[in-house]
Design a protein around this ligand. Structure first.
Ligand SMILES: *Cc1c(COP(=O)(O)O)cnc(C)c1O
Length: 500
C-alpha cells in the first residue's frame, strides 16, 4: 500500500515521503505524519527475528518510504550502519541489567550518543529525497547545537555528495569533549563556528537565516537550498522506529519473551522524538504495554502527562543530563494529532496557545488516552548520581546521566505499580560522553582535564574508552572560527558560495 504523509496542522495536505523529508516541515508550520501505520503480524516478527539489523531496517523503512525502491533503501541502510561505523555488530544491542530488565544501548555509533542512529541514515534519505523532488540541487544543512546534535550531524553528513553542513555552537556553552569533537571534524563539506552567545542565540540566528528571503534567493541562484537536520524532520524519526522493532525481535530471538507477550519501554526524553518512535512501533504491532516517559528536573512532560496541562511558564534548569534540558518538546505535536483523532484545527489551536500564552490544556479524551498509554516521572541530579553509583555497585553496569534518569524513573514505576513485566530501557549516551558527572557520581574526584577523566573512568570501571573519544586529543583542530550572532548569516553565505 502506498504511504503518504499529512501535516498535523492541515490534514488535507498530502505529500510523499521524499517530499516530507526534503521539506522538513510543512509550509503552515505543521509536522509531517504518516497517513496510517503499517501493521506487523506475528509472522512478520518471526521472520524479522531471524534477520540482522540491516534486514529489519530495510523491511520497516520500506513500509514508510514507498516512493523509494528496495535497492535504494538497502543502499541507504548499508551506508548508515555498515563500514565499521558502529563498534558493535548490532548497532542497537541489548544488555541484560538484571532479571527481566534490559538496556537498549543506542550509542555505539561514531559520536557516542543515540542521535547517530538517525543522523547516520538521514543524509542518505535526504539526498535520495532531493534527487526525487528537486534533482541537481545542493542541500545546505544548518545546525544550531547545544552539543550532541551538531557532532552527530557533522559525522553523518561528512563527504556526502550534494550536501554541505554548517554548525554553530555556543562558544562557552559546550563541554570540552563536545567542543573537541566538533572542531576536529573531518570532511570536505563541513564548517563549524563558535558564536559569542548562548544556545538560544545560535538557534535564533539559524531560524533567521531560514526565513531570510534575500539569503534564500542568493543561494538559489547558485542552486543551493537550505534544510534542517533536527528531529522535526520525518527522516530523523523513521530510523528510530526500527530499533524498537529490532529490540522486540532480539527479545524473541533470545527467548527472553514469549511471542505476543507485552513489555514496557522506558525512554529518557527531551524533544519527544525517541519515545514517539516507540509509540509508533507499538501502533504497528510491537506488543508494548506501557511507555514510560522519564524527565530530569525540567519536568514539563511529567506534569503534562499527569495533568493534561502543558505549561512551559516555569524556570529552566541546567542539569547533569543536558540533552534533556528542554521546555518545548516539538514532537509531542505528532502524538497529540493521533490522540485528538487527526483534528488539525485542535492541534493548530494548542500550538498557537503555546506560542502566545506558553500553556494549553488538552481535551479530556486526549488526557485519558495519554494516561492509558504513558507513565511519566522525573529525577533530579542527586537522584541521577545515586542511580549511576547503585547501578555500578549492584550490577557492575556503567551508565551515563541520561540513561540513569530513565533507570531511576523505571524504579519509581516498578515500586509504585509492582509491575514486573519484561522491560527495555533506552540508553542514549555512552558514560564516556559525560566523564565528569559519572566520576563524581562514583565518588571520585575529577582531576585534570576531560581527557584525563576518560582514563580515570576507565581505571575505575574497566569499560573500554570509545576509540572516537580517545583519539580526539591527538587530532588537529580544523575550525577555530568565531562569529557574533549578527554575522552568522554572512558566514553561512560566504562559506556556501565559496567553491570549497
Ligand atoms: C537528544 C537526547 C535525548 C532526548 O531525546 P529526544 O528524542 O529529544 O526526546 C536524550 N538523551 C541524549 C543523550 C540525547 O542526546
Amino acid at each position: 500500500m502506498n504511504m503518504f504523509y499529512r501535516s498535523t496542522r492541515d490534514s488535507l495536505k498530502e505529500v510523499t515521503a521524499a517530499q516530507a523529508i526534503a521539506q522538513g516541515i510543512s509550509d503552515e508550520g505543521g509536522l509531517f505524519v504518516p497517513a496510517f501505520l503499517p501493521a506487523l503480524t506475528p509472522d512478520d516478527f518471526e521472520r524479522l527475528a531471524s534477520a540482522d539489523y540491516n534486514g529489519r531496517a530495510v523491511d520497516i523503512l520500506g513500509r514508510f518510504l514507498t516512493d523509494f525502491t528496495e535497492a535504494e533503501i538497502e543502499q541507504c541502510v548499508r551506508g548508515a550502519y555498515g563500514g565499521g561505523k558502529f563498534d558493535t555488530e548490532n548497532p542497537a544491542s541489548m544488555h541484560v541489567l538484571h532479571d527481566d530488565v534490559h538496556i537498549l544501548e543506542l550509542w555505539h555509533g561514531p559520536t557516542c550518543a543515540f542521535k547517530d542512529m538517525a543522523l547516520q541514515l538521514l543524509p542518505h534519505l535526504l539526498t535520495r529525497s532531493v534527487e526525487k523532488v528537486s534533482p541537481g540541487k545542493t542541500t545546505a544543512i544548518l545546525v544550531a547545537t547545544s552539543g550532541d546534535t551538531g557532532k552527530a550531524a557533522l559525522e553523518g553528513f561528512k563527504d556526502v555528495e550534494g550536501t554541505k553542513v554548517v554548525v554553530f555552537y555556543p562558544g562557552d556553552g559546550v563541554s570540552m569533549l563536545q567542543k573537541m569533537q566538533m572542531v576536529t571534524q573531518e570532511g570536505k563539506n563541513v564548517r563549524v563556528f563558535a558564536i559569542s552567545g548562548n544556545f538560544d542565540d545560535a538557534q535564533t540566528g539559524v531560524k533567521k537565516i531560514f526565513t531570510d528571503e534575500k539569503i534564500k534567493s542568493t543561494l538559489a541562484a547558485d542552486n543551493i537550498q537550505l534544510s534542517s537536520a533536527n528531529s522535526i524532520n520525518w527522516g530523523r524519526l523513521v530510523p528510530q522506529i526500527v530499533y524498537y522493532v529490532s529490540a522486540y525481535c532480539d527479545l524473541l530471538a533470545s527467548g527472553r519473551i514469549a511471542p505476543g507477550k507485552k513489555f514496557n519501554v522506558v525512554v529518557p526524553t527531551g524533544n519527544f522524538g525517541n519515545i514517539l518512535a516507540a509509540y509508533y512501533a507499538m501502533r504497528m504491532g510491537v506488543p508494548i504495554a506501557k511507555l514510560i516517559c522519564a524527565s530530569n528536573k525540567n519536568k514539563v512532560l511529567t506534569d503534562f502527562i499527569n495533568s493534561g496541562v502543558y505549561d512551559r511558564r516555569r524556570d529552566f534548569y541546567v542539569t547533569a543530563s543536558p540533552s534533556m534540558d528542554i521546555l518545548i518538546s516539538s514532537n509531542l505535536e505528532r502524538l497529540l494529532y493521533e490522540l485528538e483523532d487527526n483534528d488539525d484545527k485542535v492541534i493548530t489551536e494548542y500550538m498557537a496557545a503555546l506560542r502566545e500564552n506558553g500553556v494549553y490544556t488538552v481535551s479530556d479524551k486526549c488526557r485519558e488516552r495519554l494516561q492509558g498509554l504513558f507513565y511519566a516521572g522525573y529525577l533530579d541530579d542527586e537522584g541521577t548520581f545515586d542511580v549511576i553509583r547503585e547501578c555500578f555497585e549492584k550490577y557492575h553496569y556503567l551508565c551515563d546521566t541520561h540513561t540513569a534518569v530513565a533507570i531511576g524513573v523505571y524504579e519509581q514505576y516498578a515500586a509504585q505499580t509492582g509491575d514486573t513485566a519484561v522491560t527495555v530501557i533506552a540508553s542514549t549516551a555512552s558514560p564516556y560522553k559525560f566523564p565528569t558527572s559519572v566520576l563524581g557520581a562514583l565518588g571520585r574526584e575529577a582531576r585534570g582535564d576531560e581527557f584525563d577523566r576518560l582514563y580515570e573512568l576507565n581505571e575505575v570501571s574497566g569499560v573500554k574508552i570509545p576509540q572516537s573519544l580517545a583519539e580526539l586529543k591527538s587530532k588537529p583542530v580544523r575550525f577555530s572560527d568565531c562569529c557574533t550572532p549578527d554575522s552568522m548569516a554572512q558566514s553561512v553565505v560566504d562559506y556556501l558560495l565559496s567553491k570549497e
